[in-house]
Design a protein around this ligand. Structure first.
Ligand code: FES
Length: 81
């Protein structure tokens, strides 16, 4: 199973794989582990709002499963890639 990460400015896409066990993981932590840089300065407290992706969703406040419920095509749009 995979997620598409798309850069808003570059239009570039990157595909990363996930497993069933990753669904309950925090999206910000998951992306960071996979080498996708997401801005963050509050350590996932939901304060800085720098970790937002499309629709203003905060990656630090979503699990993969919650993100997929909101975005069934599993595409994450980031500011730069
Ligand atoms: S990391 Fe600061 S709001 Fe998500």
């Amino acid at each position: 199973m995979q997620i598409e990460i798309k850069g808003k400015a570059s239009g570039r896409s990157l595909f990363i794989h996930y497993e069933e066990r990753d669904l309950e993981e925090n999206l910000l932590i998951f992306l960071t582990k996979k080498g996708v840089t997401i801005a963050s300065s509050c350590g996932g407290e939901g304060v800085c709002k720098k970790c937002d992706i499309q629709n203003g969703w905060l990656t630090c406040k979503l699990t993969l499963k919650e993100f997929f419920q909101r975005q069934p095509d599993k595409k994450i749009i980031v500011g730069y890639l």
